[in-house]
Design a protein. Structure first.
Length: 63
């Protein structure tokens, strides 16, 4: 069994408000979930509108 964990710190230069950040992050998270079979969530930097911290985890039974 393989377990993978990834933490990503992303700078969002095009966002000018928290509303812009939410729109971009929501789109990014849904695209990653649709393309890959992973769990993903925003895990930090909630109030900073030009940064986000994402946590990604996956599990595989292939050995």
């Amino acid at each position: 069994m393989i377990i993978g964990v990834l933490e990503v710190d992303i700078r969002l230069f095009s966002c000018n408000s928290l509303k812009d950040k939410r729109r971009v992050i929501k789109s990014l998270i849904s695209r990653i979930r649709n393309n890959f079979n992973v769990s993903i969530a925003e895990v930090g930097d909630y109030d900073l509108w030009q940064r986000t911290h994402l946590g990604i985890a996956f599990l595989s039974s292939d050995t």
